[in-house]
Ligand binder design. Structure first.
Ligand code: MIC
Ligand code: SF4
Length: 755
């Protein structure tokens, strides 16, 4: 039985009427995305049709999910909101803080020892405020959500960019910063610019080595890391129906890598099968009753060009395996072209590690397909050249996989490491031997992100993203340019053998099983629970409010850093070892922008102080400006803040005295996070003005006192030779968001409204 069937039934009950109202206002057939959005309006049934990509709309999501690395900040903020309980069903998942080193049992125990304080904090805050807590080892947030909470036609938000994974079950599930989660948990509306719609028509059927992962690797190649910005990607067509629910999840998951607000699929038989297999007949039965509302209208899918802002068509029958990378998830290379491309680019061909896991690809089906490759290799006398590492997605997946012999299959390779059911190497929680030597090397993995330093902290590790079965094949060949479709391998007897095509099982024949799923339900009345955060703690720090704006124009600001090229949230607030400070704003601020490339020197974490000309680390310089009462600004390139939902990337600069971030373009979640934390997130009206910014400039925001909706801001840039450039800045703040800025943060405003 589902956790919250009552809530789900209530949502479904509204559906027919809510959709009828939306139809009337929109006066056209509806996509699935529109159906879900219009049934989740904060103000009830549709009173107007919204302009896509233009209007801000208030929504009422059905649930909230958080993971340990972001929940700390989200819950520290929620504790300030003055509420007794969360207003919608919410869960927290302990999955990011577990270091992969020796293997599951030892690593989990070690993580419990080192993160005890944080896990206890999360567990008791959850208990107090009525939030479900999934303990360390229970699994990766998005896999656990897919197995337990996601439901067709629902809307959820989560403090993790891969919340979008739940689109695999036909949800609109969106990644947000903690401050957004606080809004929803505090019973307030959640605001989003009504998204644009990209339709992806899938025809044909996958076969051979092509996997769901290759669909999204291909889409990423087409749309690039910013091509999905501000849009929901809706998949449809016969090909979509042929994919398993977890395969759909993989595709939606990596929509985060192309900046999409979310991705989704219409309710179909494979989703129904998955719901039933995961003990949710009740949800499947309820969904069947309103089936026609849980997918796009037939007219839409028949004439997609008329109803989507953009349409892409992919024939699954023609799709071949891809590897994307290095350093960016949109650099797509068909495996058949890798030989040539790798040599041309001087990518190391020998592969040392092949990692299967992450929220993207850690389902039962994924493990079966990879295990089939291993079994085939063993039967043909092949030994692996690279080490295979595996993080199962959840305890339910792991337990079932073990029962069904999949773990035994993997262990037939002596070097295989089975890590905890957690994020592990995907988020730099990987104690990789020798990584500190910073040697140039290649790894392949089934994760979603491959930014520099992400997995092992080594900037020279070239990470490539592929399907679990491709990763398994490369583990055996030890070569990046191995094409299992055409290439042979030499076995122990010196014979040339070819790997058989992967052979997977969509769902376990004997059903899923688990002994202890790791769930902790909150107590009914948590009012007596006291949350204590020690003043001495290096891991947790209660928050103090950011200072409200004084109403004056910001004058005399200095440049903290002008970042050049890719500046993802991993560059702004690195993960890996820094995850340990996710609940302590002052301590984690010591990683602020340390990965960003200084446009003037090409170096990282070295900027010139405009106070005394010294060169120091970015956080240190920021602290000296702050101490001297100087406001600082950050300048950046395109798609600034791409990647994670972590609001630390906004809170840290805010804490260190940065008031404005001026860039060529933003990634959606980061832009909102800046707004929520009371900062100015601005874009150059004329992109070329980026080039005007010099290291020793002084910045005057001369009309900030007239800050208003749809009106550009003026920036006076005074150069050291006293010449001045006056440039125009665009912004997307509406009046409410301007109030966040004025109040010092969105949270300050909530608090004010609650008292
Ligand atoms: C990630 O994959 O980068 C993370 C770690 O899951 C983040 C969240 C975080 O920074 O804690 C995400 O994707 O939002
Ligand atoms: Fe965890 Fe990696 Fe998924 Fe982020 S992308 S939630 S770190 S598994």
């Amino acid at each position: 039985m589902a956790f919250d069937i009552k809530m789900i039934k209530k949502v479904y009950q509204k559906y027919p009427e809510a959709i009828a109202a939306a139809r009337k206002k929109c006066d056209k057939p509806l996509t699935l995305s529109e159906k879900i959005l219009y049934t989740h309006l904060w103000d009830g049934y549709a009173k107007q049709a919204y302009t896509r990509g233009e209007e801000y709309v208030d929504f009422a999501p059905d649930r909230v999910a958080m993971q340990d690395a972001t929940a700390q900040m989200a819950l520290l903020q929620f504790m300030q909101a003055g509420k007794d309980k969360v207003a919608v069903p919410s869960t927290t998942h302990a999955d990011h803080l577990i270091l992969a080193k020796l293997g599951a049992d030892k690593d989990l125990q070690e993580s419990l020892n080192t993160n005890n304080e944080v896990f206890n904090f999360l567990s008791s805050v959850c208990d107090k405020y009525g939030i479900g807590f999934w303990k360390p080892g229970a699994g990766i947030i998005h896999q656990v959500v897919l197995e337990n909470y996601a439901f067709p036609g629902g809307m959820m938000i989560g403090t993790d960019s891969h919340t979008v994974n739940a689109g695999g079950l036909g949800m609109v599930a969106i990644g947000v910063g903690g401050a957004d989660a606080v809004d929803v948990m505090a019973g307030m509306p959640w605001e989003l610019k009504f998204p644009k719609l990209i339709g992806v028509k899938l025809t044909g059927k996958l076969s051979g080595w092509a996997a769901p992962k290759d669909v999204i690797l291909k889409v990423a190649g087409i749309l690039t890391v910013k091509g999905g910005t501000g849009a929901i990607i809706e998949y449809f067509g016969e090909g979509a129906k042929s994919l398993s629910a977890t395969g759909k999840g993989t595709i939606c998951n990596m929509g985060a890598e192309i900046g999409a607000t979310t991705s989704t699929f219409g309710y179909d038989e494979s989703i129904e099968r998955y719901l039933r297999a995961t003990d949710r007949d009740d949800v499947a039965d309820a969904a069947n009753e309103i089936k026609e509302h849980l997918t796009g209208d037939a007219e839409v899918y028949a004439n997609p060009q008329q109803y989507f802002d953009k349409v892409i068509e992919i024939n699954l029958s023609e799709l071949t395996p891809h590897l994307n990378g290095p350093f960016t998830p949109d650099l797509a290379t068909p495996v058949s072209e890798m030989k040539e491309k790798a040599v041309k680019n001087d990518w190391p061909l020998d592969v040392e590690w092949a990692l299967i896991g992450s929220c993207t690809n850690s389902s039962y089906e994924d493990l079966t397909r990879a295990a089939s490759i291993v079994e085939d290799a063993v039967s043909k006398g092949l030994k692996p050249k690279a080490t295979l590492g595996i993080n199962p997605g959840s305890e339910q997946v792991r337990f079932t996989a073990e029962r069904d012999g999949l773990m035994d299959s993997f262990m037939k390779f002596e070097s295989t490491k089975i890590f905890t059911n957690a994020c592990g190497p995907c988020i730099g929680q990987w104690d990789r031997k020798g990584a500190d030597k910073q040697e140039k090397n290649t790894i392949v993995h089934s994760f979603n992100r491959n930014f520099a330093k992400r997995a092992d902290g080594n900037p020279n590790t070239h990470a490539f993203v592929g399907s679990p079965e491709m990763v398994a094949a490369i583990a055996i060949s030890g070569r990046l340019d191995f094409n299992p479709i055409t290439d042979t391998l030499t076995n122990e007897n010196g014979d040339q053998v070819k790997l058989a095509e992967p052979n997977g099982v969509e769902l376990p024949k004997n059903g899923f099983a688990v002994e202890d799923n790791g769930y902790q339900a909150p107590t009914k009345d948590g009012s007596g629970i006291e949350i204590v955060v020690s003043l001495e703690s290096s891991r947790l720090q209660l928050l103090t409010s950011f200072t409200p704006w004084d109403g004056e124009n910001i004058m005399g600001a200095k440049l903290l850093i002008k970042a050049e090229g890719k500046c993802t949230t991993d560059h702004i607030s690195m993960a890996g070892p820094w995850l340990r400070y996710r609940g302590h704003l002052d301590n984690i601020s010591n990683n602020c922008l340390i990965g960003a490339v200084n446009a003037f020197s090409g170096e990282t974490n070295a900027v010139v102080s405009q106070i005394d000309g010294s060169i120091d680390e970015v956080p240190n310089i920021a602290r000296t400006y702050k101490a001297a009462g100087i406001t600082s600004v950050v300048v950046g390139d395109h798609n600034y803040g791409e990647g994670s939902s972590r609001e630390h990337a906004a809170m840290e600069p805010r804490h260190l005295g940065v008031m404005a971030v001026i860039v060529k373009s933003f990634a959606r979640i980061h832009e909102t996070n800046l707004k929520k934390q009371g900062m100015l997130g601005l874009t150059f009206a004329n992109e070329a003005d980026y080039d005007l910014i010099k290291e020793d400039d002084t910045f005057n925001f001369t009309d900030l006192n007239a800050f208003s909706d749809r009106k550009q801001l003026t920036l006076e840039v005074v150069h050291s030779d006293q010449t001045t450039d006056t440039i125009m800045l665009n912004h997307t703040y509406n009046e409410t968001q301007i109030d966040w800025f004025k109040a010092g943060s969105a949270l300050n405003l909530i608090r004010k409204q609650n008292t």
